[in-house]
Design a protein around this ligand. Structure first.
Ligand code: MSP
Length: 502
């Protein structure tokens, strides 16, 4: 059985999950569900990033000690992920003791290999980003991400010899031995690596108490980004000494484009230092904007995934987020755009089609069962084509295209109903013809349930249930589910409203 290990970034625990973080996690969830459907041994990792100055500062503002603060907030993430039906296999927290031990051990290893040396850092730091900046990188003197003043740091610290990996990284990326997608992001990393000299990286802080101490110098805590990246090991239970777990390496790591350099430069350099295989693919998605503006607390335009789940329902929200725009690009979203899409795709599209079909079946008193007959009016071909396009889209992380394919099948069925007018055939008591028409439609609905399973697990089950097939279909393999015609429909519900009017 092949395996599939997928990771999301671990989220800073100081804030409530906003839609940006939910985007990465939802995309990962769809891929994890899809991989389980394909019978791959799947491990889906997510979690929270809990050390560092930013967290300690927010804890102080809340009059809590950092650990108490983290405990309270990590739970909020788990709750939101439950609301959004995120099927993670492990929720890692960087304050877990096995994670802390591993981080410390890995730093020891890097030191033993002669890749760490003592020095002094003098420069700028953005606490919100938890990263160092050069003057050149600032935007009018401020951090380009948060538009906030950076702080000037001058302290003793330890450095990791990141600069010695520059040529190897360029080579690996150019030869696609370290896959970065989409192409724009790959070019961005290559552009940066080939034009700028890679500096060694300060991997410890003297004045930050809330962190994992270095084993050989307890006055120093490990830089939060190094700590955080190691979650991809601790999450699958590696202790740093034994053989790497079978899930290693990650098959895909999903991130947002703002944290590309950490994952495309620092992370592979650590892995190369440790002599472990690199992840197969890193993919950085784009950013949501609202009315053309960045989603941010200071602008007050943050969309809350929990509130949206109340408005649209969790399944519909999953669909709306992933169909909003192509995954690798930036895109504008808004509640009103979600509303329009809910109407067209779901309420008037998928949902209405199911009601139409069930209502036709309830009018057909002649047939008690519907089963395959040779003539399928081109449905078998169409469904085969839809599955091929859908699978390709998911392989290429084009979630919005996969969803367009589902919509295409809905339209195909709607057109068939308009053209064939099954209600007239039913009225004329043409038993054989109505059985054929309704079989084609019911069988397409069954395929729609399979196609929507990774995106909208509950609605997909609801469709199976209306077709009287929930138990049976859930036991099938995807391959069997994708066959056309190998099924008998009976005990069909009279009516079902999948997506009520808002
Ligand atoms: N803690 C680090 C990640 C460490 S991983 C070893 C971090 N956390 S974060 O909470 O700030 O961001 C988590 C994810 O949310 C990132 O992938 C980030 O790109 C994504 N997003 C944050 N805002 C976003 C939008 N407005 N739109 C889309 N995604 C965005 O970074």
């Amino acid at each position: 059985m092949s395996k599939f290990y997928i990771t999301t970034p671990i989220y800073y625990v100081n804030a409530k999950p906003h839609l940006g973080g939910a985007y990465t996690t939802l995309a990962a969830d769809v891929l994890a569900r899809w991989s389980r459907m394909k019978e791959k041994k799947t491990f889906f990792l997510t979690g929270t990033d809990e050390h560092g100055e930013k967290i300690a500062q927010t804890a102080r503002e809340n009059n809590l000690n950092p650990k108490e603060f983290c405990d309270q907030n990590a739970g909020k993430y788990e709750t939101v992920w439950d609301t959004l039906q995120i099927s993670y296999d492990k929720f890692v927290r960087t304050t877990d003791s096995d994670h802390e031990k591993l981080v410390s051990r890995i730093l020891d290893k890097l030191k033993e290999k002669g890749l760490i040396y003592q020095g002094e850092y003098q420069g700028l730091y953005c606490i919100d980003c938890e990263r160092y900046y050069t003057v050149k990188e600032l935007d009018k003197g401020k951090c380009p991400m948060h538009q906030k003043q950076t702080v000037s740091i001058s302290e003793k610290c330890y450095f990791f010899k990141l600069s010695s990996f520059q040529d190897t990284l360029i080579d690996l990326i150019k030869k696609d031995q370290w896959l970065i997608g989409p192409i724009e992001r790959k070019n961005e990393v290559l552009g940066f690596l080939t034009t700028e000299k890679l500096e060694d990286l300060a991997i410890s802080r003297e004045k930050v108490e809330w962190g994992i101490p270095l084993s050989w110098d307890k006055n120093q805590t490990i830089y939060v980004w190094i700590d955080a990246l190691i979650n991809y090991f601790s999450g699958i239970g590696w202790d740093g000494e034994s053989k790497l777990p079978d899930f290693w390496p990650p098959d895909i790591q999903l991130i947002g484009k703002d944290i590309l350099r950490f994952h495309a430069v620092i992370w592979p350099a650590i892995l190369l230092s440790l002599d472990v295989p690199l992840p197969k693919k890193l993919f950085a998605h784009g950013f949501f904007t609202i009315g053309g503006q960045k989603m941010s607390k200071s602008l007050g335009n943050i969309l809350d995934p929990e509130e949206l789940a109340i408005v649209f329902g969790s399944d519909a929200l999953r669909w709306l987020i992933l169909s909003a725009y192509p995954f690798g690009q930036d895109g504008d979203i808004s509640e009103s755009k979600f509303y329009d899409k809910y109407q067209t795709d779901l309420s008037h599209g998928l949902g209405n089609l199911l009601s139409r079909i069930l209502s036709l079946v309830s009018k057909d008193t002649q047939n008690k069962e519907y089963f395959f007959e040779e003539n399928n009016d081109g449905f078998q071909e169409k469904i085969k084509e839809i599955w091929e396009k859908y699978e390709k889209a998911l392989e290429e992380l084009r979630f919005e295209t996969a969803i367009l394919n589902i919509n295409e099948l809905v339209r195909f069925c709607d057109k068939y109903i308009d053209l064939k007018k099954p209600w007239e055939i039913i009225k004329s008591n043409n038993k054989g013809e109505s059985r054929k028409l309704l079989f084609n439609l019911l069988e397409s609905e069954r395929h729609l349930a399979w196609l929507t399973q990774s995106f909208m697990p509950e609605k997909s089950d609801q469709i199976f249930k209306s077709l009287g097939l929930l138990g049976k279909e859930k036991k099938k393999t995807l391959k069997r589910g994708q066959e056309w015609g190998n099924i008998k429909f009976k005990n069909i519900s009279e009516n079902e409203q999948l997506f009520p009017q808002l």
